[in-house]
Design a protein. Structure first.
Length: 356
């Protein structure tokens, strides 16, 4: 009888495949479909192994066995962390936070548009603004205009003989006569061919009622494009200059090599500054100055030719900035949420049998 009990106790002794220590089967888990001597592992050992993978940046291997590729079953110590860690919840939070960011960004973009228009149309130009000490007042006035009535779309700001437009098409201040047809073009056939893009009601909703979201879309997308361009140029210069430095180090190891290394860093900084300045100027011309003023007249007539000429260019702007905004949301917001909620200290790996 004692011999049978001893034999059964020996059978229950298994080996952890990570630390190779013998342990009772009750203190081990079988997290995957591996068999034999590599079936069992200590919970503390697999937790330490996952932390090591996380520190090395191998997060794609945290939830799979490296041998049989079985997906590991994870149990969260706190249930709300499991809910927030779900992919659908993270996507919804990303969308929500993106809209939250667009509102203050739209306010800032509105201030920049208003300020740029004042600087462009100020009598005497920038020199007169600086000499007269009006620059501070212009910034203050632009800030007040962007914050005051932030969701108002009916009122347009008039500067001298020009009217400030915060939307691509003049749908926020169209005259009453146009409200009967709701058409941005004079041809009825063209209206139905390009519907709903030729209907001013959809543009009125997107560009007027959602004015700050639209302007924030322009600002956030543009900043992301500038940062992305800076990163690409920096990596490109690093590749070129690193290859040159390695060749110089192979040729000679003296003070001249150290001087060339410093000169390479200085050259990279100057090139990045120059290129990013060009990118920022391009952004100001292509996006900021796109919201040009319209001459104030007695009638607000918007011709079919104007609409057809401007729609493709604005569509191109929306497409490029839309891609940039999605990239910003995925890389920054969704990535940050993933790093916060994918906390392996709040997770424990369970056996397949226990999970079932």
């Amino acid at each position: 009888m004692k011999t049978e009990q001893h034999a059964s106790s020996v059978e229950n002794i298994q080996v952890c495949r990570i630390c190779l220590e013998k342990e009772d089967e009750a203190n081990l888990i079988a997290p995957c479909k591996c068999k034999g001597s590599i079936k069992y592992v200590h919970p503390r050992c697999i937790a330490s192994w996952r932390q090591s993978l996380s520190r090395r940046g191998r997060k794609q291997e945290l939830y799979h066995c490296m041998l049989c590729r079985q997906r590991l079953h994870v149990r969260h110590r706190r249930k709300w962390m499991g809910v927030l860690g779900h992919k659908v919840v993270r996507i919804l939070l990303t969308i929500f936070l993106t809209f939250i960011i667009l509102i203050p960004a739209g306010t800032l973009m509105k201030m920049l548009i208003h300020l740029s228009i004042q600087l462009t149309n100020y009598p005497g130009g920038l020199y007169e603004i600086w000499m007269s000490g009006s620059f501070t007042n212009l910034i203050k006035y632009s800030t007040q205009n962007s914050i005051r009535q932030p969701f108002s779309y009916a009122r347009q700001v008039v500067l001298g003989t020009h009217k400030v437009i915060y939307s691509p098409f003049p749908v926020c201040y169209r005259s009453v006569g146009y409200s009967e047809t709701h058409s941005l073009v004079s041809s009825q056939l063209l209206y139905y061919m390009l519907f709903p893009f030729t209907d001013e009601r959809i543009w009125h909703f997107l560009l007027c009622r959602l004015e700050h979201l639209h302007l924030g879309f322009f600002l956030v997308g543009s900043i992301n494009n500038i940062c992305f361009t800076y990163k690409i140029l920096s990596d490109m210069f690093d590749i070129i200059l690193t290859a040159q430095q390695q060749q110089q180090e192979a040729d000679q190891q003296d003070l001249r090599g150290a001087f060339m290394q410093r000169a390479a860093k200085l050259t990279k900084g100057l090139l990045l500054t120059y290129c990013c300045t060009l990118v920022i100027l391009f952004w100001a011309h292509f996006n900021l100055f796109a919201f040009q003023v319209d001459t104030k007249g007695d009638t607000d007539i918007y011709t079919t030719r104007q609409f057809l000429l401007e729609l493709p260019l604005w569509s191109f702007r929306w497409m490029t900035l839309g891609i940039a905004l999605v990239d910003f949301a995925i890389r920054n917001i969704y990535g940050t949420l993933t790093n916060i909620f994918d906390c392996i200290d709040e997770e424990e790996i369970v056996s397949l049998i226990e999970d079932q």
